[in-house]
Design a protein around this ligand. Structure first.
Ligand code: FAD
Length: 533
């Protein structure tokens, strides 16, 4: 009752600063859960500037659950274009090295045939950030409880025990919670006096965005490189070209003295004359940094505001989407009154270790890239080293799917646990892990059967009575359902008769029979444990 009265007195329940992909995903998640939230963005509108372009498989699973994966795919790169990576001297020359990676259509065929849960439900999707942001914005704007305000800048905030008052360029906004999704230079983080640690400003590169109608159709040029996603030029300037989602836009990255060298470098990398227009040039820095804290009090931070990785490996935005999804249901649960005090506290406990892990994965991938790049004077040696080292950037399925919330205060963890390996994904139902994707009878995806609240999977023919847990969860006011999954494949892969899933599809608990005291389990997973504290 007190919560409802406070909420009515305030302008909004959650104020989100920053309409990059992370702030937008958080706004959509909260909006779909019926939470009143306001998203402010200082830019007047989304901009046509290049940044990320690959949503990884886990992000696409999340988008599927939000009901937007089909829209994202229709706006992104067509499904038949392969993701091959090349090392070249110029695009007009036969490649020095080619690593083949499947198109979305091929990846989907592999996923359809997969029976051991080692693959995600959704393949990756290439979609440029300048295409994704307006799409996410329109989804957020369509939700009745979400207000999206561009041209509104965060200036400062103050917080007390019940609310946050934020000063913006359009006046003050009072909310119950504030989330800074305001990118690497986060003013929200700076006001909290939370430092970033790690390696900053490791390398500066110029990035240019080029429009070229004919390049995609002219590859292979002279039986040259073929169609793909990345073209690394074996040179002393770390030059590489990335195809964007339209196949008519390309970004070129290179270490150059100034922006005037960008257009000649583009021409040199292609190697044959093409008609093109340079739409944008800007400088960006490579960082491997993580924030000491992910928030304080009623203020939280997510995305680049708390972790900055080298895009090698594509763990920037994708890590931030994971933050948003972890925070979203915990904010909703707390605002709806059933989330206990440990729930929001578990956000940092769960996501900061994942942030550290992804910074390490990105370091590992970029060191591999640096190793072969340093050999540009000796192409034979470069190719031999790149054969091993370049793969590190594009084969990180463990980082994408295998993160686990070990040691979380709201997970019924078990001693031990599988090795953490960001190169490989080994499916597991260990508490804290993402529920591995399994095809059920009729080629139905397990993930699609799981409800929006907590779900107790009753697997195989166990027919266990779970009413004790049901009552305990209901007594907490938490959304809960029990789901019978008789398919033997699911029981075999998950290895347990009972699996309790959280709203974000992570395993909260598993067992072969119900715990003796289901009230304790309900208290733990909803953030109320230890009881009485
Ligand atoms: C060249 C390049 C390639 C990349 N490729 C990939 C990739 O393939 N996959 C991947 O996952 N990641 C990739 N990344 C990283 C990815 O772009 C970032 O991780 C992602 O943009 C972070 O999203 P965010 O929403 O946290 O922050 P941002 O995208 O930085 O958004 C922050 C938003 O906050 C707004 N803002 C800032 N301050 C204020 C304020 N005071 N008031 C109001 N609004 C404010 C900003 O205007 C901005 O819109 C790449 C990055 C680069 C540079």
């Amino acid at each position: 009752m007190r919560l409802i009265i406070i909420s009515r007195l305030l302008d909004t329940e959650v104020l989100i600063v920053g309409a990059g992909p992370v702030g937008l995903v958080l706004a959509i998640d909260l909006g779909q859960k019926g939470v009143r939230c306001t998203l402010i963005e200082r830019k007047p509108a989304p901009q046509f500037l290049p940044k990320m372009e690959r949503c990884n498989a886990r992000t696409m699973e999340i988008f599927r659950r939000m009901g937007i994966s089909t829209r994202v795919r229709s706006a992104g790169l067509r499904a038949d274009v392969p993701m091959d990576v090349y090392i070249v001297t110029a695009m007009s020359e036969p490649p020095l090295l080619r690593h083949a990676y499947p198109s979305v259509a091929e990846a989907r065929r592999q996923i359809d045939a997969c029976t051991d849960a080692s693959m995600p439900l959704e393949p990756y999707q290439l979609i440029s950030q300048y295409t994704l942001e307006p799409l996410l914005k329109s989804v957020a704007e369509s939700l009745p409880s979400v207000s999206v305000r561009y041209g509104c800048e965060f200036l400062s905030f103050s917080q007390d025990s019940v609310s946050v008052t934020t000063q913006t360029s359009a006046g003050p906004i009072r909310s119950q919670y504030l989330v800074g999704c305001d990118g690497g230079a986060s003013a929200v983080r700076q006001q909290l006096d939370i430092a970033l640690h790690g390696e900053g400003d490791l390398l500066r590169l110029w990035q240019g965005l080029f429009h070229c109608e004919e390049l995609f159709d002219r590859i292979p040029i002279a039986n040259g490189p073929g169609r793909g996603r990345h073209y690394h030029v074996a040179d002393e300037r770390s030059t590489f070209l990335i195809m964007q989602d339209s196949t008519r836009h390309w970004t070129l990255h290179a270490q150059l003295d100034d922006e005037r060298a960008m257009a000649p470098q583009f021409e040199k990398a292609i190697g044959v004359p093409v008609k093109y227009e340079m739409l944008y040039v800007g400088e960006w820095k490579q960082n491997l940094l993580i924030a000491d804290r992910y928030g304080a009090g009623r203020v939280f931070l997510a995305g680049d505001a708390v972790h900055l990785v080298i895009p090698t490996g594509g763990l920037g935005m994708n890590s931030g989407v994971g933050d948003a999804i972890d925070l979203g249901w915990k904010l909703a649960a707390t605002l709806q009154g059933w989330g206990g005090p440990k729930l929001l506290a578990s956000y940092e406990a769960e996501r900061r270790p994942v942030g550290e892990r992804n910074v390490a994965a990105s370091r590992y991938a970029s060191q591999g890239r640096r190793k072969w790049r340093g050999l540009w004077r000796n192409l034979d040696e470069l190719v031999a080293v790149a054969e091993v080292e370049q793969r590190k950037s594009n084969e990180m399925i463990g980082a994408e799917l295998g993160y686990r919330y070990a040691g979380s205060p709201i997970i019924a963890d078990e001693p031990g646990g599988p090795e953490d390996d960001f190169r490989q994904y080994v499916p597991t139902s260990w508490p804290g892990a993402r529920l591995p994707h399994v095809w059920l009878d009729g080629h139905k995806a397990m993930q699609d059967r799981v409800g929006r609240g907590y779900t107790l999977l009753r697997l195989g023919n166990s027919k266990l009575n779970s009413s004790g847990l049901e009552e305990a969860m209901k007594a907490r006011g938490a959304p809960f359902e029990a789901l019978d999954v008789p398919d033997p494949i699911a029981r075999e892969i998950y290895g347990f008769d009972l699996i309790l899933l959280r709203p974000d599809l992570h395993v909260a608990w598993r067992g072969k029979r119900l715990p003796v005291d289901p009230a304790n389990l309900a208290a733990l997973v909803t953030g109320h444990y230890p009881l009485g504290r």
